[in-house]
Design a protein around this ligand. Structure first.
Ligand SMILES: NC(=O)c1ccc[n+]([C@@H]2O[C@H](COP(=O)([O-])OP(=O)(O)OC[C@H]3O[C@@H](n4cnc5c(N)ncnc54)[C@H](OP(=O)(O)O)[C@@H]3O)[C@@H](O)[C@H]2O)c1
Length: 306
């Protein structure tokens, strides 16, 4: 695939300038229709609602990504570890969508963070995805046995060569994110974030440093439980609890969400969550829910903030 001109003019409709909810009291102006379809992070437009692809493989993955692209998704999240980059790449190639209209993220697994490994892993991502650059490359999980500065220096080299557009981290606690920010320009921290796991400190850091905070497992992997405040908010807006949970994320400054689904109906309703705008009272009710529920917590995870 040839590298396209670096134009970012993807807006198809005139939009008004509005405010995005920011609990730290410093709302950022964003381009918004309902919830902003794109957020501007460090000058780059990022589609606010993306598609996660964990556990989607082979033909099922290809068909789901094809359906999502047809519906209007332009932000796709994958990883070397998901084993599905070739399926994602095939769906993108078949879609005929211009490369510069897409925001593609991939991730390097935590045992491949030494400089030579980073170079070969990113190269393998590009080949599988059939693209010549990634919009965002992430350290998938921190690994204290490999010096962070060495990994980030390699990522920065790739960025300077145009092979990746932005450098980011994933599953970084506030302390680790602080270390990463000292080592070099960071665009994103992708973390588990949903109505049952509210990451106030990380969100505050995202606002302060103009970082993208990508909410993974935004539907708590399909298990949001049965909580009255969430179902009340959903009823008030005439939407599903999943849409209400996504709307809580999408309305926040700096935040993008990447729900995964292999079901076209769910893909469509997740995208439609962009049209649901919660008010202060809705947010207050949702923030009454129990907090601190990690659905992704492998043994190699860092010690999360309490
Ligand atoms: N950086 C990391 O370490 C990391 C870790 C985990 C995930 N991620 C990324 O984040 C993405 C999303 O997280 P996730 O896959 O863990 O979980 P998720 O998106 O929170 O939940 C996915 C589950 O929710 C169901 N679902 C989706 N939309 C629904 C809807 N509208 N109504 C009811 N059920 C719905 C899906 O089933 P159906 O298929 O039946 O719709 C699936 O079982 C991943 O796919 C991956 O790209 C990153």
């Amino acid at each position: 695939m040839r590298r396209p001109a670096t134009t970012c003019t993807q807006l198809t409709k005139a939009r008004s300038v509005g405010k995005t909810y920011c609990p730290t009291g410093r709302p950022r102006e964003t381009i918004t229709g309902m919830n902003a379809r794109e957020k501007i992070i460090q000058g780059t437009r990022v589609p606010t609602l993306g598609m996660g692809t964990y556990e989607l493989e082979g033909r099922a993955c290809r068909e789901a990504v094809t359906a999502a692209l047809e519906m209007g998704y332009r932000h796709i999240d994958t990883a070397r570890a998901y084993g599905n980059e070739a399926s994602v790449g095939a769906a993108i190639a078949e879609s005929g969508i211009l490369r510069d209209r897409l925001f593609i993220t991939s991730k390097v697994w935590f045992d491949k963070l030494r400089p030579d490994d980073v170079l070969s892993e990113v190269d393998a991502s590009l080949r599988s995805l059939r693209t010549d650059y990634l919009d965002l490359a992430l350290i998938h999980w921190p690994n204290e046995e490999i010096p962070l500065a060495d990994t980030l220096t390699t990522f920065k080299r790739l960025r300077d060569e145009g092979i990746i557009r932005h450098v980011g981290v994933s599953n970084f606690t506030p302390e680790l994110l602080d270390q990463a920010l000292r080592a070099g320009p960071i665009f994103c921290n992708q973390v588990e974030y949903h109505v049952l796991l509210r990451r106030n400190r990380l969100h505050q850091m995202a606002v302060e440093h103009d970082l993208l905070m990508t909410a993974y497992s935004p539907l708590a992997q399909g298990d949001l439980g049965d909580h009255r405040p969430l179902s009340d908010v959903a009823r008030k807006h005439g939407c599903s609890v999943e849409q209400a949970a996504l709307a809580w994320l999408l309305g926040q400054a700096q935040v993008a969400a990447i729900p995964r689904s292999g079901n076209p109906e769910h893909l469509r309703s997740n995208l439609a969550a962009l049209e649901i705008v919660l008010d202060e009272e809705d947010r207050r009710r949702i923030e009454e829910l129990p907090d601190g529920r990690h659905v992704v917590d492998p043994e190699f995870a860092p010690a999360w903030e309490k």
